[in-house]
Design a protein around this ligand. Sequence first.
Ligand code: 13P
Length: 341
Amino acid sequence: MTERLEDIAAAMVAPGKGILAADESSGTIKKRFDTIGVESTEDNRRDYREMLFRADDAMQNCISGVILFDETLRQKAVDGTPLVKLISDAGAVPGIKVDAGAKPLAGFDGETVTEGLDGLRDRLNEYYGLGARFAKWRGVISISDDLPTGYAVEANAHALARYAALCQEAGIVPIVEPEVLMDGEPGDHSIDRCYEVTEAVLRSVFNALYDADVLLEGMVLKPNMVIDGKAKRTASVEEVAEKTLRCLKSTVPAAVPGIAFLSGGQSDEEATAHLSAMNAMGDLPWALTFSYGRALQAAALQAWSGKTENVAAAQRAFSHRARMNGLAAMGDWKADLEKAA
Ligand code: 13P
């Protein structure tokens, strides 16, 4: 019996829960492991992810779904249990990154288009068989005085829409992720410039989704927040929250069940504070939660540092972050909860 897309999407944005983005590609996980001096071998990647997925407190109470990379979807824990089963046994939905990465857009210096549509139908059917019930595709938009170009925005929106339609055909909920970079080059843009670009990108994406006949009730949007560039962060929590909500309310139809933000280079606590402030403002047409990679994993990665004896401490670090973000998804996070831990 196939589950309805609407029900899977609702589970992904259930109250007080959010998504763990653990879908770092081989290149990205190597960069993360380099920061803790751990070699990126298949076993080390398995051990790290097994540590996360066995953090019961986080997984059972705060995590609604986990985005995996192809390798992880096929991996087994040390005791032979498929990692996918650890996730579903914890009550979370397994998901899969299906894009093949952002590649230079020919003729458009400094811009990219995300690849991976060729053969996607067959891959989605295989992933469904392996247990994935949602997928992720990330389009990347660079921002500067001159970028993005309209062409790069349209090319990425078009790819996202084709991907989303293929997912739904396969019974898989698409996470549609158009990321306007906060940490790209030069990264000194204002929050209002980010607003203008994010608004244009979301309009283009929802036009493309409409043209592709994508069921809005059966998708989750994963956007950036409206925030100033990493090289000159000054906007307050209230300004980020207020401008992000205004931008989303004017572009994202109420038929979309939920919005799960990326963290994009924000510090752990910034990402939590912003999400909580938005939920505390209330009166939202969609669920608003997290789909963080770095902002959920950074503390756990440091605590783990590749050592078996650190597994429990790393799981505590992950569970703390997950709990803080779970509270933020309800608008209930307070800064002193960080110190209490
Ligand atoms: P960050 O939260 O680290 O930005 O990662 C989320 C993600 O999945 C980006 O595609």
